[in-house]
Design a protein around this ligand. Sequence first.
Ligand SMILES: Nc1ncnc2c1ncn2[C@@H]1O[C@H](COP(=O)(O)OP(=O)(O)OP(=O)(O)O)[C@@H](O)[C@H]1O
Length: 629
Amino acid sequence: MNATAAETRKFEAEVDQVLHLVTHSLYSHKEIFLRELISNASDACDKLRFEALSRPELVQDDAELRIEIRWDPEARTLTVRDNGIGMSRDEVIGNIGTIARSGTRRFLESLTGDARRDTQLIGQFGVGFYSAFIVADKVTLTTRRADAAPGEGVRWESTGSGEYTVEAIEQPWRGTAVTLHLKADEGEFLDGWKLRELVRKYSDHVAFPIRLPKQKDGKPGDELETVNHASALWTRPKAELKDEDYQAFYKSLGYGFDDALAWTHNRVEGSQGYTLLLYLPERPPFDALFAGRDERKGLKLYIRRVFIMDASEQLLPAYLRFVRGVVDSDDLPLNVSRELLQHNRLVAQIRAACVKRVLDLIEKLAKDEPEKFKTFHTAFGNVLKEGVAEDPANRERIARLLRFASTRSESAERTVSLDDYIARMAAGQEAIYYLTADTYAAAKGSPQLEALRAKGIEVLLMYDRIDEWMVGYLDSYAGKKLRNAAKGELGSDVLGADAEARKQAEKDAEGLLKKLKDALGERVREVRVSQRLTESPACLAFDEYDMAPHMQRLLREVGQAVPASAPILEVNPRHALLRRLDAEADAARTQDLALLLLEQAQVAAGAQLEDPSAFVQRINRVLLGGATA
Ligand SMILES: Nc1ncnc2c1ncn2[C@@H]1O[C@H](COP(=O)(O)OP(=O)(O)OP(=O)(O)O)[C@@H](O)[C@H]1O
């Protein structure tokens, strides 16, 4: 390349916004710029080491991958340099001048005026290169790709305000140097001790040596020394590592400022050897954790210390997609491809080990650290529930980790485990009863629970969207059946032994049921005497394979075709309304009352009324005391 003149280009509008946000909201965290630049340098070394596996000539002249930090008190500059992969001109423009990541727009849209929240969001988003502008009023980057000739260097420079320049330069060495021209009041970063401290604090675990000149009389000397530990953290013995080390490494994985909630670190020897270092985050990342089953990220695969790729999808099932960390295998081939990972026996073993270790870790939290477990469950309980359906081999273990609201706990908080429930089941109780609904209030107040409540039988109240689907896969737990309180017939544990009296009550109500059925016609599949009700006049009931009405509504809302099926109406003949209906001679009034019974049962069950305005008119007629008002 022989273009010599510097070309001035404009940042994308979004870069401008990000730059502005980063420099303004992160000032209180300004020292992170060094961590971010070192992290980019380390990534660049990782990438080159990987490429050099198949093209060893790339590193032949300079085999030791490393990072150097130099400062110049006179020029007031600080430079972070690596001999990693480097960038071509197009890559510089593409990576530094634009924001390629698709999450950026969503990120920008999700920002609010609240500065604290913004800081956390930006932290999660990963500020990267632009953090240099927190402390610098000008940044110069020079680079050359590992596979390019010395004449193909690139120089990029910007003051961070709308524009940057790029030009071709001669660069004798490969890799990238980022030079910060420090702002007037950022002199503290021109001190060897300060820089050393920051490297140790934030980047000790970086697997490549980070070297700084020894300081002499307040000035950088000629001799360099390595200041970080320079070995992959997960390869170090557990006994040598402190919580701070694990937390610092977690942050270096690029998920922002939050601490990890918990972690598990294991070395496995045997038919194959590997190391796992797996973390549970404190909370979901701002972006697509829940939408993003298909774009999972967060678990890095290394093979013999060489970073290969993010292999979250291959090494973790979707329901554990919140796990972050590192897997380092001794035995996988270095040239492994994504396709190969899908069908590899060793990978399948590692994946099973990841699942086991993560479930062990969550179980340990549940047992020993209730506060942390609560944090975990609040953040990821609903993701974990997917495992009940997706991982039959671990179904029971996963179910044991779930927590629900219950008629016993009298609060919407999800605190009751299936084991808690079983421990206090009444003698003779046949099943674990639960009810699914749209909201806690709808579940708690559901007429379908009345008989169970009257009997003192606890019911788990499930009101998360995923619950109905999840319990569909949880037929039983610890040998006890799970039973939806709104479905099928209730057992003798609820009804008591007096079958004769029940038969008689049904017989006595035959005329009333027929009257109702005639009035409601096709709107109902069946009208029957309810065993569930003690106080309310009516409720809906379902057969084993019917979908709960709130789910039908949700699915319709997202555009799915749900076959319409008429519900079963259950009534309480002892209720005054039913008695009134029984005695009602006027056909129009009978019709109104019957429809209102059905409609109130539908509303209580979270169903959508077919014709809300007709319902309102009906109510008004009845309130005014006549069917023809
Ligand atoms: N020292 C470097 N050597 C080679 N490429 C680099 C270097 N620094 C930055 N880059 C390139 O520029 C891109 C953008 O860097 P930036 O730090 O803004 O984001 P990131 O590293 O991709 O993500 P994040 O920092 O949020 O984890 C990088 O993905 C990389 O391709």
